[in-house]
Design a protein around this ligand. Structure first.
Ligand code: HDL
Ligand code: ZN
Length: 413
């Protein structure tokens, strides 16, 4: 490379051109019907914006939830976009999407956007979004305990290869008592005592859903209070059921640690908060199960440095994403820098966590810019030592970060 500026330009171009494998989303394939959220009113009523509108225009929660999706969107648009500048990351994201779709945000009204979405179909829009966002595939979040989703799997739905499954087991691990009657209803003869018979039945449940979904990994979100080892239903289920079935199926176990659920229940999906977790649980699991592989993301900024250090200790640990309250430019820049400095290229810098299909466009546009910037800084450091960075180097490194690190780790034989 002749100089830093042209290298920086090249890095940005390569990052933009490299297709992403988005390893954690809440997006569904069209085959799941209304579970797939898309369109401007879903975009504006994303739970991140709901939390923000209550800060400036509070009302009784039940009155807000009684409004139609369109009325909620109008309320949010008025208070977060018209009556004040939409500078938050979630607000900015809405505008990034509308702009990328060629819609003029100048008029500051929703008419044109609503007309655009009314004129297209979900199938066409899936193609538009995946192309615009340059995403080759997303991993969904698939929950067998979800009454709306379960029938689609039991009826043998199929979806195209852009949508891959992840077996999400929060209700099993975090709500064992409530899960017992439902498992029994589905033909798994558990008593709740979690002795040998229950262990065997839960293993059968997990095996059945692994066979049905063919998931890339099993996943759970965990509170900051999560401890391991722990003589609790969760501790015993992880040790005796999840670990052996994940090994048999040769798939990782994804731990998303640090969420405090329902801090303010009135906000529904926006109700959850964050807490600093105990990093020793990550060391304990990686050490106790050397033949299992762990994908880990943590929600608290305070856990990020120690998570990088843990990844240096455990080759069966892959750190991923700037999750949820960390999916903002400030933290993405900071976390990507420290991960490159501590882990080299052996991590997954981002996942979108998109809940609304359209969000793939903004979540990846915003993250790509920062990842490219930080990576270019590191290449510039190398260039100052006389090291020659080639375009092939950059393409290989970026493909690893945006797709291949996850792919290789998920498949590792
Ligand atoms: O538990 C999770 O997977 C979180 O990502 C939650 O779904 C959260 O509500 C979210 O959408 N964060 O971005
Ligand atoms: Zn998520």
């Amino acid at each position: 490379m002749d100089n830093t500026a042209s290298m920086r330009q090249l890095v940005h171009r390569v990052v933009d051109e490299t297709p992403v494998l988005d390893m954690h989303t809440h997006i569904y394939a069209p085959a799941f019907g209304s579970l797939l959220l898309w369109g401007v009113d879903e975009l504006i009523t994303y739970h991140y914006l709901v939390a923000e509108v209550f800060r400036v225009a509070p009302m009784p929660y039940e009155r807000f939830w009684a409004m139609s999706k369109r009325e909620q969107a109008d309320y949010i648009w008025k208070h977060l976009f018209v009556e004040r500048s939409p500078v938050s990351e979630a607000c900015r994201g809405v505008l990034t999407v509308l702009h990328a779709l060629g819609l003029d945000t100048g008029p500051r009204d929703l008419a044109a956007a609503r007309k655009y979405f009314a004129s297209t179909t979900v199938e066409k829009f899936v193609d538009t979004v995946f192309t615009t966002a340059n995403v080759k595939s997303v991993v969904m979040t698939n929950d067998p305990f979800d009454d709306q989703e379960r029938p689609a799997w039991l009826n043998g739905h199929t979806c195209d290869q852009r949508f891959q499954a992840a077996l999400r087991i929060d209700p099993l691990l975090n709500g064992w008592e409530q899960a017992v009657p439902r498992l029994r209803e589905w033909g798994y003869e558990v008593t709740g005592e979690l002795r040998e018979r229950d262990v065997e039945q839960v293993r059968r449940f997990l095996r059945d859903w692994v066979a049905r979904m063919r998931p890339r990994y099993m996943a759970v979100s965990l509170p900051p209070s999560f401890r391991f080892p722990e003589d609790s239903p969760r501790g015993r289920l992880i040790e005796n059921c999840v670990m052996p079935v994940a090994r048999e199926a040769n798939i990782p176990f994804a731990l998303m640690i640090g969420v405090r659920r329902n801090v303010n229940p009135g906000l529904q999906l926006a109700a959850d908060g964050v807490g600093t977790a105990d990093i020793t649980v990550v060391d304990a699991l990686c050490r106790a199960f050397p033949d299992n592989r762990f994908l880990v993301t943590m929600l608290s900024r305070e856990n990020q440095h120690e998570l990088c250090v843990a990844a240096r200790k455990h080759p069966n640990l892959l750190v991923f994403g700037c999750w949820w309250f960390l999916n903002n430019p400030t933290f993405i820049r900071d976390m990507t820098s420290q991960r490159l400095e501590l882990l080299g290229l052996s991590f997954v810098p981002q996942h979108s966590d998109a809940r609304v299909l359209d969000q793939l466009i903004y979540k990846w546009a915003h993250s790509r810019t920062i990842i490219a910037d930080v990576l270019a800084d590191k290449y510039a450091d190398l260039a100052r030592t006389g090291w020659k960075i080639t375009e092939a180097d950059i393409r290989r490194d970026v493909a690893d970060l945006l797709a291949d690190n996850f792919e290789r780790f998920a498949k590792r034989a």
